[in-house]
Write a protein of this length. Sequence first.
Length: 64
Amino acid sequence: MSLQLKVPKLACAACVNTVTKAIRSVDTTAKVEADPKTKIVRIDTQREEAEIKAAIASVGYPAA
């Protein structure tokens, strides 16, 4: 499944790393592309969208 999420708090490379680690904590094989300029995170994952959103929200980056 391919997801595209808007993450308003995504501001820098460190933010991208934190979000990527959170996503990979629930899906180790997820492919993650994040752009701090557009605040868009694209994820190819086998997990449900709700699981991915919960994982990134748990590290302080809730998706809009």
